[in-house]
Design a protein around this ligand. Structure first.
Ligand SMILES: *Cc1c(COP(=O)(O)O)cnc(C)c1O
Length: 395
């Protein structure tokens, strides 16, 4: 049965080209880890994982064990890093599906070790990445001056442990700040922790740091230098850029980021269709609470799209969508499943006409940044709020 016409198209070619382009930005022997958390930034996990795998992605990053299991079904070969904690009762699935957990809490180690024992895993057979908190104060092992946390965690790993320290990970909290001061401090803290890890007799193959902003701004080189000085390989973790958008920088954008923005291609187009068109007389009001009052007779188009699809309700009366290649203002409040557009100035709009919510139509384009700016958020949130009932299609 044909569906209600509100859908997302994902250009797999754009995803593949973006991945390959980002690979050219990764310095020397640094590897990329494609972040596909939150249903691949709302683009659809299966579509995106397949596309990145075709481009040669060896690493994927997901939020949860359940996302990891879903990614494993699509991609038997890649290494899959679970960046958002393994929760009680999930460790057996980590081992069964060959996921790589990010670990920093003592109870996470205990969970994993118990599952390793239950699965009779051999010494050092199950890799994990240790996350260090170098300044974000969100997740990761807190680093105090005496490295007491590091000592007690690492003391735990004998040669006999089924777990193997494969990577040391940290997250940069201000990679989009052009002066790089916060990142410099975080990398210095990370470097000191790596010295300490070495002194304690441990080593990891990968240094796992850096998001899209770090990669596009060319901070990969510094990360590679830190890694190399400890005999490690850098693993960079872009997300947003893979989907074709470059993060914005404050206060001023580095030239490298502007150049990258020109090369990346947004992969997502969100479409709907006009259900019906009607004439409204002067004095009529539109939508809940009549927040829009018709001044002169106008032509209104009803669209199969509402806030339950992920269109932000704050866009009512202050945004426009594309119809027949032109911008049609949203009038009145956005309803759960419906939105009304003013198409008075656009000739020939009929039921079935295609509406573009995000993407290109004719000469015009609406980006996730346009949505984000209009409602005070960021494109990451715009993408991930496109709801599950909006079907994702590969094109
Ligand atoms: C989401 C995320 C990324 C990717 O961030 P982008 O800004 O989208 O590139 C990298 N690392 C971690 C830990 C993340 O949570």
């Amino acid at each position: 049965m044909p569906m209600r016409p509100c859908w997302v198209e994902i250009s797999t070619r754009a995803l593949e080209e973006n991945y390959r382009y980002l690979e050219t930005l990764a310095p020397r022997d640094a590897e990329l880890l494609a972040i596909v958390k939150a249903d691949a930034y709302g683009h659809g996990l299966t579509i995106c994982v397949s596309a990145f795998a075709r481009s040669g992605a060896g690493w994927l990053g997901v939020t949860s064990v359940e996302e990891g299991v879903a990614a494993r079904t699509v991609c038997p070969g890649a290494r899959i890093l679970v960046i958002g904690s393994v929760f009680p009762g999930q460790a057996a699935a980590v081992i069964e599906h060959r996921l790589t957990p990010v670990v920093w809490e003592r109870w996470q180690f205990d969970e994993l070790e118990a599952a390793c024992r239950a699965a009779a895993a051999g010494p050092n057979s199950i890799p994990f990445h240790l996350e260090l908190d170098t300044g974000m104060n969100r997740q990761g092992l807190a680093l105090d001056d005496r490295s007491a946390g590091l000592e007690s965690v690492l003391a735990h790993f004998s040669a006999a442990s089924p777990l193997r320290l494969e990577g040391v990970m940290t997250h940069l909290y201000a990679a989009d700040e052009a002066d790089g001061a916060a990142t410099g401090e975080q990398l210095a803290r990370l470097d000191r922790a790596l010295v300490r890890i070495g002194e304690l007799g441990h080593w990891a193959e990968y240094l796992n740091v850096g998001n899209s902003a770090a990669l596009l701004a060319g901070q990969g080189g510094t990360i590679v230098d830190v890694a190399a000085s400890h005999g490690m390989k850098a693993l960079l973790r872009p997300g947003l850029a893979l989907y074709g958008l470059a993060p914005r920088f404050e206060p001023e954008e580095p030239a490298a980021v502007t150049a990258a923005r020109g090369r990346l291609r947004p992969a997502l187009t969100w479409r709907s269709r006009v259900v019906g068109v009607r004439r409204a007389a002067a004095g009529a009001t539109v939508g809940y609470n009549g927040t829009f009052v018709v001044a002169e007779p106008m032509q209104l188009a009803l669209v199969a799209l509402g806030y339950a699809d992920g269109l932000d309700r704050r866009l009512g009366n202050c945004f426009s969508l594309l119809v027949r290649g032109e911008r049609a203002p949203i009038v009145g409040r956005i309803s759960m499943d419906q939105t009304v557009l003013d198409v008075t100035e656009i000739a020939g709009v009929e039921p079935g006409a295609e509406v573009v919510v995000i993407g290109q139509q004719g000469e015009q384009a609406i980006t996730a940044y346009d949505h984000a700016d209009a409602c005070g958020t960021i494109p990451w949130e715009v993408f991930t709020r496109i709801s599950a009932r909006v079907k994702r299609r590969a094109v």
